[in-house]
Design a protein around this ligand. Sequence first.
Ligand code: MF3
Ligand code: CO
Ligand code: CO
Length: 259
Amino acid sequence: MASKQIIIKTERDLQAMRPACAVASMVLDEVAQFIRPGVTTKEIDEFAADRIRQHDAKSAFLNYRKYPCNICISVNDEVVHGLATSRRVNFGDIISLDVGVRYNGYIGDTAKTVAVGGCNLHAQHLMDITERALYVGIEQAVVGNRVVDISRAVQNYVESNGFSVVREFVGHGVGRSVHEEPQVPNFVENDKSSPKLRPGMTIAIEPMVNAGGPEVQVLKDGWTVCTKDGQLSAHFEHTVLITDSEPEILTLVKQSAVG
Ligand code: MF3
Ligand code: CO
Ligand code: CO
């Protein structure tokens, strides 16, 4: 089945995809900087649309499966796919921002959770563990490993710190499409054979970590995913290239690297 195939990127693909990932990374940073107490999530989304346009890119999420916003903005107990509304963010809230852009025909997909102004230690700890879980996963993104080695590392790290990983949403291959094979879960599924990692694979690794239990529910808006127990959730994501040596984090780019 063609749709089940993992697409290996050539150096030529990567020459186009690296800038796409750089744009996603810059937009994410710009949007994070824009956030301050009192702005609405709609204003954040409009700012993101503006920045994406300035980079001559397009939102990869707008209209994807009828998703109605430019980026995903998920507040506090919202896990992913939060919608932009007239809701104002407050000092102490934590906001998960997920940016997907299309540029040069390729997608860059990256996310992070930031505090509005500042936050309490519990929220900061959740964000820190989630970000570190992402890097613990990336460390396993090497030839010789399978996808499940990433999943196991993330899950063990998160659970040993007393938090839980979301099961219903997973990382994924990424390239010309937002979601390609393989799936990259943040937990270990016992019965499935897991693909071997090979040079040229580009995958989005994206731990979604709940402070309480792993269960989530979708709100009546049909999109916003939130924790069932109402506790906080955080989300960090990078698009990563598997190479013959170290993983290359495509969405980790110094501002000076791109004009
Ligand atoms: N957040 C998802 C990811 O990182 C993609 C969002 S799809 C959308 O893979 F339709 F909700 F935008
Ligand atoms: Co994303
Ligand atoms: Co993703």
